[in-house]
Design a protein around this ligand. Sequence first.
Ligand SMILES: [Ca+2]
Ligand SMILES: [Ca+2]
Length: 695
Amino acid sequence: MKYRHFLLALPFLLAGCSGNETPVQHVATGEPIKPIRLIADTTNIFMTDYVPSLMAQNGQVEKLSWIAPEQLEVVLLEGETLPENALPEQLALIDHGRSIQMINIFDEKEGFNIPVLPDKPVKNALVSEKYENGELVVRFLAPASHPSFVAFVQNMLICEDLWTPNEDGTWTLHLSESDALRKCSTGRAFLRIYAEDDTYLYNDLLIPLQDGTPVTDAGLLNRHDDNAQVLYSILIDRFHNGNTANDWKLNSPEVLDIVDYQGGDFAGITAKINEGFFSRLGVNTLWISPITQNPWDAWGRYEFHNGNKYDSTRTYTKFSAYHGYWPIFNTSLEKRFGTPEEFKTLLETAHAHGMNVILDYVANHMHINSPTLQAHPEWMTDSILPDGRRNFELWDEARLTTWFDTHIPSLDLEREDVCQPMTDTALYWMEHYDVDGFRHDACKHIPEGYWRMLGQKIAARYPNRHVWMIGETYGDPSLINSYVKTGMLNAQFDFNMYYSAIHTLCGEGSMHDIDNTIRTSLATYGAHHTMGNISGNHDQPRFASFAGGGIRFDENGKEVGWTRECGLIPNAITDAAQRAELEEQAYKRALLLEVLNLTLPGVPCIYQGDEYAETGANDPDNRHMVRFDNVSEREQAFRDEVSHLIQLRRSSMPLLYGDYMPVAVDDDVLCFDRTYMGETVRVTIDRKNLTYTIQ
Ligand SMILES: [Ca+2]
Ligand SMILES: [Ca+2]
């Protein structure tokens, strides 16, 4: 890549601190902007990723001015030309100072600051200690050499002169003297602190403010506090049938009943909200599977080479679209799930109970029979690679263009004429329904431009609406993180954390592996990320079955699911006493995953059924109808314990906003603290004795 050097001529200094922290302040109501994290020597960034709201207001980047940081060399990407001081759309940053820098962005009357974090190792050692009389005290748990701080209220820099060291090694931020705080003195705002010393970048602090004062009572939080969410994942057809009038199976001789529609719908979810199911469990965000109209007939095909456990006369099955991931009309509701009125009732009922509803949205592909694709065959990616091979299921090799199956072509979202309508149809659901955000399907297989366009459209059309978006990307942390930005996604699922946890808790490797994964996630996504920590999902065998050996990691989960009963423990064990003992171990092990997810930073996500340790292999075996009353005593006890853990998390500021401090780790035991405002919760997880403590 070639660069053109960008000469800076500063009209005035923006970051003067005398009495007025910055001459222009704004975005008090917007969400805190994610910092720019430099990587290696030269970091290429789209500035527009960080300022979608101002982008949207101004319409074009040229009307925004900026001042680049002193110690960063700024290089425009070739082809860009700019008026003096105008904000470039894309640039490369070369770090000459290795310290936290600031990019200041402004227009005629408003502005804000974005921290640029150097590429230094991250050390977890900074905690908030107390807040008294307008002064916040923070402490390093390990000696820091010449530490310095950068603090923000929302996106406004707090003058560095307001920090003073104390004799006991703590540091005080004289918050009450901050102009930034005065401008955010009502309602919710966030105080963020970034710190570094000669060697390390420290974990950042995130402190929610209510009317200008740090929140120490979790009861003041609400469903719009992203970090306080506990998510429950619902596969609508398999959750609860609340209205039998809309039941409509395919009843095709080619489709086994297990992959036909089972009747779950919006009315079923609404009924369970009203019955108090979710409130008792404690979750406050419902992720519902796709609701768009899918095909009315059967597609796909699975051959039973070793028979199947459902019907020995069948040698194959086709599938209904009961899961919802084959959209045929992107702006119509699947009739089996309910009417627009029933969906509105679901949303209103959820909101009245303090819960968000986020919508699973599929942008990567459409069903091949969609009238949209039939009218625009050029919107599909090529199903043949240049070398003549079929481009199917090449998840990594042809990440953006590969087809998931022959009947669901990948959309060519590199084309603006495809991106425009596909972002518009996502927003159709925000326009017509009061949804609180999205779970975006197959993010990894969709180019960045789509997410950028979606983020800018949301900022432009719904500047005051609270939207939280979480994506699905399997890959390494840097790929996953590339979509997690202010103008793109708020979060993604942390599958690396999930895989590390399930293997380690089942005895592979050591607890050091989980510890390493946690540290990598915190360093990559930030100490207060809202990445989804899952108990499982509709594409994974149930963890309870892994935990008891009902299925092994080295088995083909789909094959297992079709051919044998997959319970908690191996079917070969027949001795009743031995079965009971192993089953008890499985429940205890399964609970440790919930303990981990519900005590780590991030958003815990419970896949329906995992709350009572449902068993099963891969789909459709992991998609049994949810059982509510029809659970065993032991399953009920498990559900009670999960519910207790969720309530504990949601009432604990340290578990929601505390910083993660490693305490001790060995082969079998992981111990860590979460500390917030001097209050510490210590979590110990022992995979050998299958015990935990939270104190
Ligand atoms: Ca129904
Ligand atoms: Ca794709």
